[in-house]
Design a binder for this molecule. Structure first.
Ligand code: FAD
Length: 387
């Protein structure tokens, strides 16, 4: 029988599931919450299609970076709902205006996240913002192929492993496809978020979470519909804390083959950590880093030049400031104890036993005292420098 990559290396992109002509593969969670492919021996005909397109076993072609920019959307109002410079939103909007479709990530009605097909500006709002958990690709690679074959323009935004899985399933590059990958620190399995929600709220229906925006930075707002249920900064929320320190990521994230300066997508977006602001005026608090990896990537920035502010920077500045362009996130010292505890007692107990909840409880007290001061100084900064 066909052997696919083991759980420790599987990036759970779902490409094998979608390419299988016999529908013999399903991604299943193991006792640690990690997804990996399970093959139904009764259905598998050993055709090998899954091995050929698995981005871990057969990595797709990657590109050297052609150019690097610090950038953001010129319209400040428009930028507000986004995580950094709002570039993903601007490109998505343009695609929809041109009659194309966008595949991006949004919350499901059950509070989880998935890649989904977006055709209207209203639907696009829900895709904004970074969701710090693994997004399910579902059947989106197949659907993308169908749109491309019909000649429709497609924009696909996702993590590098999803873009790699997509190219594997497509089997070739299409002129009407534009891909954007995010610089990715790694993502916790969806099961952890599900278990965390069980602890936070009664019922997941209609729950969404904004982890990061332009105004509040790394601050978590959990909502049920429009009602705000919880607001905490990253240091005072155990889920967020474990994510930021790389304690609870999917196992394969620690050996991610895509955490490098060679990129698979046409464009790469991230935060411009390490931007040398000397000599630069009017740079917002969270500028985006935009890496142009192909001519298609270059073309869309040319088309949007009146809507975006773009400042060309040296690629080495981007690489020096953003660790995920050099290597995967390292395992935290609490990783082992966290996993041991998780397997026996579940997510919240593991956060407790590793001391994360207690650290966050103390941080929450500090946050409540410091928060008014933080906003006072941030608003001062904004009124003098931001726009
Ligand atoms: C799990 C994760 C880890 C990240 N780690 C880093 C990092 O270490 N360093 C860094 O510089 N940047 C990181 N980013 C990227 C960064 O947070 C911003 O998403 C990026 O700069 C784009 O900002 P924007 O304002 O242009 O996007 P927005 O306009 O806010 O749009 C965000 C886009 O990201 C997509 N998206 C959101 N969550 C997910 C998800 N879970 N899976 C797939 N697609 C998603 C949305 O569909 C949307 O298209 C990470 C993002 C995620 C989701």
């Amino acid at each position: 029988m066909i052997a696919l990559c083991d759980t420790a290396r599987c990036v759970a992109c779902g490409a094998c599931e979608q390419i299988c002509p016999r529908d013999a593969i399903r991604l299943r969670e193991d006792s640690s919450g990690f997804l990996s492919p399970q093959i139904d021996p009764g259905k598998c005909v050993s055709c090998g299609a899954c091995r050929k397109i698995c981005p871990v076993l057969t990595p797709p072609d990657a590109h050297d970076i052609l150019a690097c920019y610090a950038g953001w959307t010129a319209n400040r109002q428009e930028r507000r709902g986004s995580s950094s410079g709002g570039i993903a939103y601007a490109i998505s909007k343009k695609t929809i205006h041109d009659g194309g479709v966008v595949f991006a990530c949004r919350y499901t009605s059950d509070g989880e996240v998935e890649q989904t097909c977006i055709e209207t500006l209203d639907e696009l709002e829900a895709a904004r913002g970074s969701k710090y958990l693994k997004s399910a690709a579902k059947d989106t690679y197949r659907r993308t192929k169908a749109f491309l074959e019909k000649g429709r323009k497609v924009l696909w935004i996702g993590t590098p492993c999803q873009i790699a899985g997509l190219y594997g399933c497509l089997g070739k590059r299409y002129g009407n496809l534009l891909t954007v990958d995010l610089i990715c620190h790694g993502a916790p399995p969806a099961r952890y978020w599900r278990e965390y929600l069980d602890h936070l709220v009664s019922g997941h229906r209609g729950i969404t979470c904004s982890f990061r925006d332009n105004t509040n930075g790394y601050c978590m707002f959990v909502r049920s519909g429009k009602k705000l249920l919880l607001k905490r900064d990253w240091k005072s929320d155990p889920y967020f804390y474990a994510f930021m320190y790389g304690i609870d990521l999917n196992e394969s994230c620690y050996s991610c083959p895509f955490a490098s300066a060679e990129r698979i997508a046409d464009l790469t977006l991230g935060d411009f950590w390490g931007l040398d602001r000397k000599g630069l005026e009017r740079v917002p608090f969270f500028p985006s880093m935009i890496l142009v990896n192909t001519q298609s990537g270059r073309k869309i920035l040319d088309v949007l030049q009146n809507e975006l502010v773009l400042i060309e920077r040296d690629v080495s500045e981007a690489v020096a400031g953003n660790a995920q362009l050099r290597q995967p996130t390292p395992r935290h010292a609490l990783r082992g104890p966290f996993l041991d505890s998780y397997r026996q007692k579940g997510f919240y107990a593991a956060l407790k036993e590793t001391g994360i909840t207690e650290t966050c409880r103390k941080n929450l007290l500090k946050y409540r005292i410091k928060q008014p001061l933080y906003f006072f100084y941030k608003n001062l900064w904004k009124s003098s420098k931001d726009f």
